[in-house]
Each structure stands twice: as C-alpha cells, then as structure tokens.
Design a protein around this ligand. Structure first.
Ligand SMILES: [Zn+2]
Length: 198
C-alpha cells in the first residue's frame, strides 16, 4: 500500500485498475486514526482487490496485438487486417448477428422496440430509453453468445422497467432464470469497453 501524507481534511483509500492501493491521509492525523480507518475499510478493500485480480486474470488471456476476438473465439490479427483493412471493419461485418438476435427476442417475447443502433460506448454494453430505442455496443461481438443474449434481454426488459428495481430483475429472471451468473460475467468483461481495439 502506498501511503501519501498531504494537506487534506479526510482520509481517502483508492484501488486502481492495476491493483495498486493508495491511501491519502492528512499530514497530522495520528496513526491510531489511520489504523481504525483501515480496519473499517478492510471488507471493501478485500472485495475490490478480489474483483480487480479477477479482471486482471481474464485480461491476461487476451492478446490484442496478435488476435482479434469474436464470440469468445480468436482469429489471427494479420489475416483479419489483410482481409478487412482494420479491426473495426471486421466487427462491422458481423453486426448482423446482433441485429438478428434483437429481432429474434423481440418477436419471441413481443417486446416493444422502435429502433436499434450499434455504438462504441466506453461505458455500456447496451442502453434502452423511454422511446423504446436500444443501443448495443459493437464490442458485444467479442463476448460468448450467451452473454450477448443476456445483454440484449437485459436491455429489452428495460422496455417494461426503465430502472434496475426488483421488478426489473424479475422480468429478466422470467426469461433467464440463471441471469445472476451471466450478469456477473458481463461485469467481469467490462474492461473490454475501455480497451482500444480498433
Ligand atoms: Zn440495465
């Protein structure tokens, strides 16, 4: 843990995405107060580090310099570049898969939808608004197909509940009884959204 004493009023504990832990403390704060603070934050710290280590482990299985990933499968990047000129074109050539899955679930469960667009958000796998418009991230194509289905159904359930309330998760569970496992997995792959792949 890196401890920084600085001119500040409160203690601040940070865990960075690379697993580094930084504690910022007011210059004259007694050690006893620092120790008490750390004890109170121990659970949070353990959980945060566990999550970050999981992400780092998943991340270490990818080599974005050598491979391009589609549906959790990998393809030689040089060959993809030869054929598609850039990685984004390769993903764009596969957009239909996403659109077809959207159409499939829309018809199967009679969901309301006015428009679906594919975007490159660094924050979300998908969004759904009150105008019944769905946005899906192009990077969904990197994921396993059952995770893509989870993301699409999650967004469709927002056509009934715009929030993440209990009622919302009940809607999701009606369609995907084991949604909790998929939800966690999707969260574990969240780093892909911020990865510069194209
Ligand atoms: Zn949501």
């Amino acid at each position: 843990m890196k401890i920084i004493k600085q001119n500040r009023k409160s203690i601040c504990l940070q865990v960075k995405n690379n697993g580094e832990v930084i504690l910022k403390v007011p210059i004259n704060l007694p050690q006893k107060n620092i120790d008490e603070f750390l004890v109170s934050k121990q659970n949070w710290l353990d959980k945060s580090l566990k999550r970050i280590n999981q992400t780092l482990e998943i991340k270490s299985k990818y080599d974005f310099n050598k491979y391009v990933y589609l549906f959790d499968d990998n393809f030689n990047k040089d060959e993809i570049l030869k054929k598609y000129k850039n990685v984004k074109n390769f993903y764009k050539a596969n957009i239909n898969y996403l659109l077809e899955r959207v159409e499939f679930f829309k018809n199967k469960y009679n969901f309301n939808l006015t428009k679906v667009t594919i975007n490159n958000s660094v924050r979300n796998w998908g969004t759904f608004n009150s105008k019944f418009e769905m946005k899906l991230n192009l990077k969904c194509l990197i994921l396993k197909k059952d995770l893509i289905d989870y993301i699409i159904i999650h967004e469709f359930c927002h056509s009934k509940q715009l929030n993440h309330s209990k009622l919302f998760w009940q809607e999701v569970m009606r369609i995907i009884p084991n949604y909790k496992i998929l939800k966690k997995e999707v969260r574990d792959f969240g780093f892909l959204l911020r990865e510069n792949l194209y």
